[in-house]
Design a protein around this ligand. Structure first.
Ligand SMILES: [Zn+2]
Length: 150
């Protein structure tokens, strides 16, 4: 099941990662709490392993819900719908988007890659998880909002 909701924050980065542990903020400014992973997340993790050809242990990742009714999570000076942080292998998602498959799996793919960039061969061509646009249109070979995969 995929929860569909309007995406009003089109100017935001859809989802991203904070790879530089040294300079990175510690956590989002909004209130956040750790959430247990359910069978659904294990299924999504496995799907993401399969599309990417990568293997990883999801129990090493901690998922956090963030109190963000607007869907925007601030990390330092940046705002996105979701975040993966290398330090602590943490994923932050808006509490009301925990069931949004593309967003959750986008952050899972960062965790599997252990990198904050978006190589198009994984994020677009293999898994279609770069953005909502690439999720909805699997024929895309580049993310229109991030064509070089920064
Ligand atoms: Zn990202």
């Amino acid at each position: 099941m995929r929860l569909v909701r309007p995406h009003l924050l089109l100017l935001l980065l859809a989802a991203c990662a904070m790879p530089k542990a040294g300079a990175a903020p510690v956590a989002p400014v909004e209130r956040a709490w750790a959430v247990p992973t359910l069978e659904l997340y294990q299924a999504w993790w496995t799907k993401t392993e399969e599309c990417s050809g990568l293997r990883g242990d999801m129990s090493q990742v901690t998922f956090y819900a963030v109190d963000s009714p607007s869907g925007a999570i601030s990390l330092g000076t940046e705002v996105a719908h979701g975040w993966w942080m290398r330090k602590g292998n943490r994923i932050y998602l808006p509490a009301n988007a925990l069931g949004e498959e593309w967003l959750v799996r986008h952050e899972m793919l960062h965790a599997l890659l252990q990198r904050g960039s978006h190589p198009p061969e994984k994020f677009v061509k293999a898994c279609h998880l770069a953005s909502l646009k690439t999720w909805r249109d699997s024929s895309l070979t580049a993310d229109p909002l991030n064509p070089v995969g920064r």
